[in-house]
Design a protein around this ligand. Sequence first.
Ligand code: G6P
Length: 612
Amino acid sequence: MCGIVGYIGDKQAYPILINGLKRLEYRGYDSAGVAIINGETKLFKKKGKVSVLDDYTKDKDLLGTIGMGHTRWATHGEPNDSNAHPHSSQNGKFVLIHNGIIENYEPIKNKLINSGYVFESQTDTEVLANLIEYIYLKGNISAEMAVRMALSRIVGAYALVISCIDEPDQLIAARNSSPLVIGIGENEYFIASDATPIVEHTKSVIYLNNEDVAIIKKGQLVLKTIHSEEELMPKIETLDLNIEYLEKDGYDHFMLKEIYEQPRSIKDTFRGRIGHDLTDVRLGGLLPVMDRLLAAKRFIIVGCGTSWHAGLVGEYLLETLTRIPVEVEYGSEFRYRNPIIYPDDVVIAISQSGETADTLAAIQIAKQAGALVLGICNVVGASIPRETHAGVYTHAGPEIGVASTKAFTAQVTVLTMMAIMIGKRKGLIDNVKTQELVNELLSVPEKIKETLKSDDEFFRIANVFKDTSNAIYLGRGVLFPVALEGALKLKEISYIHAEGYPAAEMKHGPIALIDKNMPVFVLATQDKTYEKVVSNIQEVKARNGIVIAVVTKGDTHIRKIADYVLEIPEANELVTPLLAVIPLQLLSYHIAVLRGCNVDQPRNLAKSVTVE
Ligand code: G6P
C-alpha cells in the first residue's frame, strides 16, 4: 500500500527518489520521506503529500548517489513525521523503508525494550530496524547477515530497502508477500515497490521472490534468500510498460484520463484473442489448463472492491454461457471461513494490482485444497499471476487513479471472453451465437466513445446532485453489480454515502429512505427485466424520490417518468455492464471534482491493499 523507491549508482539520488515517489504516490499518501546516504545518513520525513516533503527539502543538503524514499499509508501509528519512513535504528546503524506488516512486532518490541531500546514511533518498522541493529551489534556480523537473521525471525509481509552506515556503499533489498522490483541500468540499480518509478530509467528488471534478499552495490547485485548463503541466478525480465500511461496527458486527473482510455484499453484486452471469423476466442494463458477448465464443476470467483464487482458480473456471464455454477466471494471472507473447495473447482482470482493481500491468501487456500486457480490481473509480473496456475492479463495499462475504472471494464471484458470461450468449447453456443456475442463485444469500444460524447450532459446532472448526502443505485441481473460499482465510485471519491441494491430488493428496506431529497440512480436498459425496472422507478416516483435512469438510447417511455435520463447505445444484455458503468463513472468523477475532493487520491484509500 505504501510506495518504495531506492537508488544506487552514479547519478544524484534525490531527483530520482522524489520523482519516483510522485509516481508511487497513488499507492499511499499520508506521509513521505527520503534518506540520502553519503558518508552519513541524511534523513528527511514529512507528514502529508510528497510535494510537502519536496518543499521541505528545498534548502537542505541532498547530495549523494545512494538513497531510498517512501510514501506511506498508515497501518501502525497515525500519519505524522515520526511515524513516516525511513526509520533509523536507535544507534543510527541502520536506516530502512518498509511496506507490509510485521505481525509479531509486539513480542520483539518488548524484548528490545528490555534490552534498553527506546522507541520514537508507533510503527512495526522501527521494531525491525532495531531488531536488525541489535543482532548486528551483538553478533559482530555483516549487515547482510544481520538482515537475513532478523528476517528469519519475522512473521508477516515486507518489502524492504535497508542501509547500514558501516557499509555505506550498499543497499539491501528484501521481499516477502509485498512486491519489490529492481531495475538494472548502466552501473546503477533502481529498487521500487512497482515498476512505475523504474520504467523511465530502464526496462530491464528483476522481480524478487518471497524471502529473496538482494545485496546491491553500484554495478553489482548478489541475490540470496533469507535462509541460505547460496547465491541465486537473478531472472532478468523486460518491462512491458509504456511511460505515457504514467502521465496525465492533458487531463485534469488520472481518473478522467483512464475513463476516457476505455475504448482503447478494452481493445487492448481483446487484441489477438479473437479468431478471424469471430467464431473463436483464445485466451492463450488458459489453453494449457483447458481440460480442467471444461471439466470444472464449479467456479469460485474471489476478489475485493471493484474486482469483486467484476466477479459478480462474471457470475452472470459464466452461468449464462457455460451453465457451470458460480460463487463469488470476498477474498477476506473466503480465507477465514473454512471454505469447502473440491479438486474439480476452478477458483478465479480477480485483481487489478495482483497484490491484494486477502485475494492472495484466498489463492493459497484454494491451491492447498487442490483446485485449479486462475488469475485475472492487470499488473504484469505481480504476485497473483505468479501464484496462480494459469491466468489472463487484462492489458488495460497501469491504472493510477485510486478509484478503479478501466481495470473494471477490462476485467469484465476478460470474463466475457472466458464465458464465450468455455461455452463454445462445451458446445453450448454455436458458431452463429459466438459470432453474435463476439461482434457485440467488438462494438463496445465505439459505443463507449459514443457514450463519452454525452459527458457535458453528465456534468450538468452532476451539478444538480453535487450537494446530496445520500444516493441509492438500483439494477437487476447483470446490471446489479454495476449498481454496486456506481455506488462504490461515488462514495470512494466524493465521500457521499451511497448504496447499491438489486432493484427488486428496494422494497425490503431501502424504500424507507426515499423522499424528495433522495437521488436514485436506476440502471434501466432494455433487457428481459425492463418492465420490472420500470415498476421500480414508479415506486420511487410514488414516494417523491428523484430518479436518474441509465436507459437504452431512444427510450421515450422512461424519459417521461424519470427526472433525468442518461443514454447508452443499444447492446446485447451481456455487454451492457461495459456501457452502463461509463455514465456512473463520469457522474461520480464530476461530483467529486465539484465538491473539491482529491479525485485521484481519495482520503484514507490506497490503490494496492497489501495488508489484511
Ligand atoms: C482497493 C482499491 C480498489 C480496488 C481494491 C481491490 O480498495 O482502492 O479500487 O478495487 O483495492 O484491488 P485489486 O488490485 O485486487 O483489484
